[in-house]
Design a protein around this ligand. Structure first.
Ligand code: HEC
Ligand code: HEC
Length: 228
């Protein structure tokens, strides 16, 4: 079904509560999806191409379309139970590599937030809902990461704590200091835990991470995910 068919279909149903502005978004989103078609299919009969088939995307676990081989970043985020929501999609589409540094999706990102919202409205309308299995629990969950992901991070507290980090981690990133602004929470939390438990060695990061409790890591992850 095309967005235009959805629109006319919906307009015919006068009882439908969907605001017209949302339907206009879907139509605009269809046009914005054109460059994505170089790598993705969506709708009836869609199959994986360079990128995965995007049916049932909104609400399904990240990196979980059956039969598609994802990068480690997306596979791990999904394994920790992270879901594609309006919010996570917005961040990914704004800058795929800023959100998941290891993603295989080579795409510069969409600057205007209205355009991202329209595109997400289209993906949701055209691709439909995920099947049940794709919405729930990961397959290979690291319990420590999953525990922290479940905590709703306090962004204001994270902003307060971040003053200890931004002296080194500047927005653009340095030569040997990685940029952490805009990182997906699963990537951020896995990074801090690897310093906290010593699987990754860096004098300052080990010392800092060992002082951070789960609540603090969740707050920092929420803050940095939302930081530009
Ligand atoms: C040059 C090819 C290419 C283009 C263009 C492209 N993508 Fe992708 N996309 C990919 C690849 C490859 C992946 C898998 C990424 C990975 O495994 O890290 C992907 C993954 C995704 C995912 C995650 C899907 C999942 O199952 O977790 C979404 C959402 C997505 N793309 C949306 C888009 C949208 C929307 C556009 C257009 C604005 C777009 N892509 C343009 C190649 C592309
Ligand atoms: C003295 C400078 C310094 C400070 C302060 C600092 N970092 Fe780091 N951080 C680094 C360096 C350097 C690395 C890369 C180390 C390595 O190669 O493993 C790093 C790595 C990281 C990573 C892993 C990133 C990735 O791409 O894998 C995260 C996450 C991180 N830091 C978060 C923080 C947080 C949160 C704070 C504040 C609580 C903080 N850092 C404070 C220097 C610093």
């Amino acid at each position: 079904m095309s967005a235009r068919q959805i629109l006319t279909g919906a307009l015919a149903l006068t009882a439908l509560a969907t605001p017209i502005t949302a339907l206009a978004d879907v139509v605009r989103g269809e046009a914005l999806f054109r460059p994505c078609r170089a790598c993705h299919m969506i709708g009836e009969g869609a199959v994986h191409r360079v990128g995965p088939d995007l049916n049932g995307l909104v609400g399904r676990r990240i990196g979980s379309a059956a039969g598609y081989e994802y990068s480690d970043d997306l596979t791990e985020a999904g394994a920790e139970g992270e879901i594609w929501t309006d919010e996570t999609l917005d961040r990914f589409l704004a800058g795929p590599r800023a959100y998941f540094p290891g993603t295989n999706m080579v795409f510069r990102g969409i600057t205007a937030s209205e355009d991202r919202a329209a595109l997400i409205a289209y993906l949701s309308a055209e691709g439909g809902a995920p099947d049940g299995a794709a919405q729930t629990g990961g397959t290979d969950i690291d319990p420590e990461i999953a525990t922290i992901l479940e905590i709703e991070g306090d962004i204001a507290y994270g902003a307060y704590l971040s003053s200890e980090c931004t002296a080194c981690h500047r927005a653009a990133g340095g030569t040997d200091i990685p940029s952490i602004a805009g990182l997906a929470p699963s990537v951020f939390i896995a990074g801090l835990l690897s310093y906290r438990n010593g699987t990754r060695q860096h004098l300052v990061m080990n010392a800092l991470a060992q002082r951070l409790g789960d609540e603090e890591i969740a707050a920092l992850a929420a803050y940095f995910a939302s930081a530009e």
